[in-house]
Design a protein around this ligand. Structure first.
Ligand code: EPU
Length: 419
């Protein structure tokens, strides 16, 4: 197990290039299984979650050729297996997308319950409700989620909660079903739109992605295609917060500024100066951040996946801030780690009250999950002295080359073996 060693207190300065979006990539790769021919997927982030998805696809019978680090050519034509075992599924949440993709392709799927970051209970009842609305039988057998259908027919699904995963999984299962599927109260995240654009480029007929009603008219065949994944708005947001926390000046390249709106608005409230360009944002800060109130919401609200990072920043704000987590029941577990660095935060249920301090202090902490790990990196970069962050395996699930990118911005960070 390796750790990050960070000697903080240096403003981040320079330019950083954002990779393809993790949460789009982990949906689009399983969607390739629906194609009748090879697909070329570009702008894949080089992260462990993507590697794991590719390994699962190979196990199922797909041929995957990495043209370079970020481009894969995938031929799914030989895929006839429909089982994703526990050792493959438990590593990440997105393994559940093989349910929708295999159901859509083979009318049969058997996938062990998904893993991923631990935010308390992470149900898939809305995914199952969607599959059943399309005519599938869903059962739990030998600790596997098993889906079977003689044929899939379009159906009407109202999601009781706005769920990214359920919206994606129902799209995957419905795209080759007979007739029209309607998903009401659908998630609207940029990666939902990216998946719809990908499927439409294969010949699918999906309308309304990006709104809360998605209509899918089933088609019998999907052809192979070439597609480039959108930039990762959470990676971009993380570097923006790191720039503000270190009072830096960073040009963040290869982003879609529209996807960053809620993050830009909040960081501007803290006093950061932000300029937007066609495919870049520049962010500067030269004073302590101002207090503010943040409430996470499904897109286009402030993303829950930026909650730990902004909490780390607001620990340094002048005055008292409030962060309300309204997507996940239990996403404040990392606060104990932030407290080790001197943050003054009390948590009650889904609400964190933060009393800003002038500076955090270096410490040895753990990355308790992916975005919590990013928050620890930001906290460590902001303060003088040497911090150590353990369990970085979580961080590397979702951030490509974080050491290289931060080093290029002037950070003193290295990855050290703990053996
Ligand atoms: N929910 C249900 N039933 C369901 C599905 C979800 O009650 O069947 C609830 C969840 O418990 C949660 C809420 O609905 O309270 C939202 O969950 P959602 O299904 O939207 O989350 P997800 O699809 O499991 C994805 C991202 C997460 C991100 C959430 C919310 C991927 C692979 N994961 O998870 O990303 O937090 O959407 O935006 O896309 C991350 O990247 O760090 C990460 C955790």
């Amino acid at each position: 197990m390796d750790k990050f060693v960070i000697r903080g207190g240096k403003p981040l300065k320079g330019e950083v290039c954002i990779s393809g979006a993790k949460n789009a990539a982990v949906a689009i790769l399983p969607a390739v299984l629906l194609a009748d021919g090879p697909c070329r997927i570009e702008n894949l982030p080089r992260i462990s979650d993507v590697n794991l998805i590719i390994r699962v696809m190979e196990k199922l019978g797909a041929t995957v050729k990495m043209v370079d680090d970020s481009i894969a050519e995938i031929d799914p034509t030989a895929v006839s297996l429909y089982t994703v075992s526990e050792d493959m599924a438990k590593g990440m949440r997105a393994s559940s997308y093989f349910l929708g993709a295999l159901l859509g392709r083979l009318h049969r799927a058997q996938v062990a319950p998904p893993g991923g970051c631990d935010f308390g209970v992470r149900p898939i009842d809305q995914h199952i409700k969607g599959f059943e609305a399309l005519g599938a039988d869903v059962s739990i057998e030998n600790n596997m989620v098993v889906c079977r259908a003689n044929e899939l027919m379009g159906g009407y699904v109202y999601l009781d909660v706005v769920s990214v995963g359920a919206t994606i999984n129902i799209m995957l299962a419905a795209v080759k079903a007979q007739g029209m599927t309607v998903i009401e109260n659908a998630a609207r995240e940029p990666h939902i739109v990216d998946l719809a654009n990908f499927l439409n480029s294969m010949g699918a007929n999906i309308m309304g992605a990006g709104t809360n009603v998605i209509k899918i008219r089933g088609v019998s065949h999907l052809r192979g295609t070439t597609y480039s994944i959108i930039p990762d708005q959470i990676e971009a947001g993380t570097y923006m917060v790191a720039a503000v926390a270190t009072r830096g000046d960073v040009l963040i390249n290869h982003v879609t500024p529209k996807h960053l709106e809620s993050i830009i608005v909040k960081l501007a409230e803290t006093g950061a100066r932000i300029e937007q360009f066609d495919e870049a944002v520049r962010i500067r800060m030269d004073k302590p951040p101002r207090r503010c109130k943040v409430k996470t919401m499904p897109h286009p609200g402030f993303p829950t996946d930026m909650q730990p990072q902004i909490t780390a920043l607001l620990s340094l704000a002048e005055g008292d801030s409030t962060v309300i987590e309204s997507v996940w029941d239990n996403r404040f577990r990392y606060i104990d780690e932030l407290r080790k660095m001197g943050a003054q935060i009390t948590v009650e249920g889904k609400r964190a009250e933060i009393t800003g301090v002038p500076c955090l202090k270096h410490a040895r902490v753990k990355a308790t999950d992916l975005r919590a790990g990013a928050a620890m990196v930001i906290a460590a970069l902001s303060c003088e002295g040497q911090s150590e962050i353990e369990d970085i395996i979580h961080i590397e699930r979702g951030y490509e080359n974080i050491v290289g990118k931060l080093s290029a911005l002037g950070a003193d960070i290295c990855r050290v073996s703990m053996d």
